[in-house]
Design a protein. Sequence first.
Length: 550
Amino acid sequence: MNEPHLVQFILNIAGAAALLIWAVRLVRTGVERGFAAPLRFWLRHSARNRFLAAGTGMVTAVFLQSSTAVAMLVSNFVAKGGLVPVAGLAILLGADVGSALVTQVLVIQQGVLVPLLLLAGVVVFLRAEGSTRQVGRILIGLALILVSLDMLRAATGPMVDHPAAGTIMAYLGRDLMTAFVIGAVFAWVVHSSVAAVLLVVTLAGQGVLPVTGAAAMILGANLGGAFIAYVLTLAAPLSARRVIMANLALRGGGAVAATMLLSMMPELMSYLGATAGRQAINLHLAFNVALALVALPLSGVMIDLLTRIVPERAKAASIQAEVSALDHGALDRPQRALDCAAREILNMGQKIEAMLVAVEPLYDKWDPAGATSIREQDAAIKKTHLDVKLYLARLGKQELDEDLSRRSMDLASLSNSFDAASDAIGRSMLDLAQELHRKNLRFSPQGRSEIGDFADRVQGNVQLALNVMLNQNPSEARELVAAKEKVRKIEAKLQRNHIGRLREGLVESIETSNIHQETLRALKQVNTAFSLVGYPILLKSGDMLKSRLV
């Protein structure tokens, strides 16, 4: 293989791998943008037993094409008390099985499927609106995954008979621990165990990589996939991190044990299929199914063990004062000053998001320390709001051009909205939760479930709004504004449901009627406040009329 051919070969491999990684991400993005709320709903209501939780995790991972994405959702639920850690671990074990099922489907070669997926995907993406548009994105992503695998097969064809490649691959077939480490590192680098496994299976199917080496790399990819979620949740509360650590210990420890077993008994691979590629892909599924079956009954023991090993620690008092992003020395440079104000408002939004996560558990169990923390955050946000107003007022004394003046007004309006959202949480919702505790009242099961689901939806929209503040993406801004109308309709429906329970004479509904209705209104107010992030972006891009009047 001369030098020009070598360069072309490396480019072909790198291009195919890059397309595979991007296509997997494209599918996941489509599912997250279009169907995040239903997925969050399924996960929240799957905690009744471990096997139901595992099944829900499996289905969710199939849709998201990623067990890591499921882990992030579970981490958020456990952190705010919406899921007990044992159920969270069961969901993750099921998600690993779902991720393995995805690779089983994607590895099938279907030539006619690619043009059909591309045609349908492009038509749906260009013609549809809202969540349906994301179906087009998903179909395009699936088609590109199949295209990338075909590119990979074509690119690796010359490696089959090349002596140097054969020597390296044969070495990986003998040194399984090295192959294991390479698989783990590659899965971590591309942040997708699905992409890593598909790449390895393709190499094995082409006869480039010995089946034992492929098996070790796939088991390593399982460890790397579990490690991704561990790193991404380092800043999460300890209760959520324990779930991720338990999954890492089970999946990683199981992968190491399976690799050691294969090194001693490589003939076991022959039971998994007739070809090397089929053996490799079946190993991935068999490993995760076996792990789930063994670990599900032990999930409670695993969580208890980690609770003892990694106990809660008393938080040390912070000695570092919070630094404001409002740089008064930048007031003579309006563009930079407005960027400073935007950073400060983004900080307000992040604090409100934390308040929203912290306030809902207080409806079930009152925590004076938690309530005090929310009130302190509300006071800090009010101070920041005042500082932003004064900062923008000083900036307004200068002669700003039309665009900068409009942006200054938009930021001032957004600061007002965020202050109102903080009020809705730190005063309305907190007072309602305290009243519930003081009067020793409880929502009806259906009413409490409705509030929890509605709060989840609002939290998802708050996260989207903060992302839109950063990326200024018109497409996501449009999605955010559309979600405002959807939330309004859902809130009206939930109010009607509550009235229906009052007519039926349910005691819990009658006693908590005002608290229930006011909580829904407060959550809708928070959603409305954050949806305003999208309006200036859509006005600028021409996606929104300046007035609805005819």
